[in-house]
Design a protein around this ligand. Structure first.
Ligand SMILES: Nc1ncnc2c1ncn2[C@@H]1O[C@H](COP(=O)(O)OP(=O)(O)OP(=O)(O)O)[C@@H](O)[C@H]1O
Ligand SMILES: [Mg+2]
Length: 242
């Protein structure tokens, strides 16, 4: 389980997180929504320990992330995949080499084990046929699949998804959402998903939390949020299909 308790964080002049609290139980996809600049990415960075709270606590499986040393953070990050916006791939490495990166950082694996694992995970996201291509030559949807394969290659228990459908058309977005659901259901991965998109939230999520003034203004199951007449819920979930 991921749990934030009363996390406060000031960055520059702004109190970005102000007593932010929520829990993501195992096996669930929890969706964080909120306007640009409200602190979604800052929240994800607290979960993997890139940022530390001024006060409050961040826990993963009852371990305090904010008090971890470097070795403990490395161990945590091995258990936690991170899907960056647009995949954030390295252009001069092939798809397969990009996917292999976290394995080279974290684990002592033989070349054949590494190739086997990369092959497996590329198959999972439907990218095996493009293993030798370079990122500039592939589409946005393929980049995202590659980013997802890279996030999954260490066999993580958790994946943090930052805007997994940004810049994709509705059809490709839907395929990515299906993949995120499959990752939860087939691999048992617990997900924390940041998105602006109603489709992403409702197709991938089990629960939705919407950030307002540095904390969750409303939180509930997807069905509860869709049925709620709360103005914050309505402003994020009404209208539009993307
Ligand atoms: N390292 C930093 N130093 C100073 N301010 C920062 C830093 N990182 C983020 N901020 C500020 O914190 C606020 C929240 O940023 P964050 O990146 O979490 O927004 P977001 O909700 O992810 O927005 P978007 O939807 O645009 O990605 C913004 O005002 C941003 O300028
Ligand atoms: Mg962001």
């Amino acid at each position: 389980m991921i749990e934030l308790r009363d996390v406060c964080k000031r960055l520059g002049e702004r109190q970005v997180l102000d007593h932010m609290s929520f829990r993501v139980p195992k096996g669930m996809n929890f969706v964080l929504m909120g306007p640009s600049g409200c602190g979604k990415s800052v929240t994800l960075k607290h979960v993997i320990g890139i940022l530390r709270p001024d006060s409050g606590s961040v826990q993963v499986d009852d371990q305090d992330v904010q008090s971890m040393d470097r070795a403990q953070l490395m161990a945590l990050r091995k258990r936690m995949g991170y899907l960056f916006q647009n995949g954030a791939l390295i252009n001069w490495l092939t798809v397969a080499e990009n996917v292999a990166l976290p394995l080279r950082e974290h684990a002592r694996v033989s070349k054949s084990e590494l190739q086997q694992r990369v092959h497996e995970v590329l198959g999972l996201v439907g990218m095996d046929h493009a293993a030798t291509q370079y990122p500039p030559a592939i589409s946005g949807g393929m980049k995202l699949r590659t980013g997802l394969a890279r996030a999954l290659v260490t066999n993580p228990e958790y994946v943090l998804y930052d805007e997994p459908n940004a810049g994709l058309d509705p059809i490709i977005s839907k395929q990515i959402h299906e993949l995120i659901v499959e990752v939860r259901d087939r691999l048992g991965v617990t997900g924390l998903i940041v998105t602006h998109s109603r489709a992403c939230a409702t197709q991938c999520g089990d629960r939705i939390g919407i950030i307002e003034n540095g904390r969750l203004g409303i939180e509930g199951s997807v069905a509860e949020i869709l049925a709620s007449d709360n103005p914050l819920a309505r402003s994020f979930l009404d209208g539009g299909t993307d």
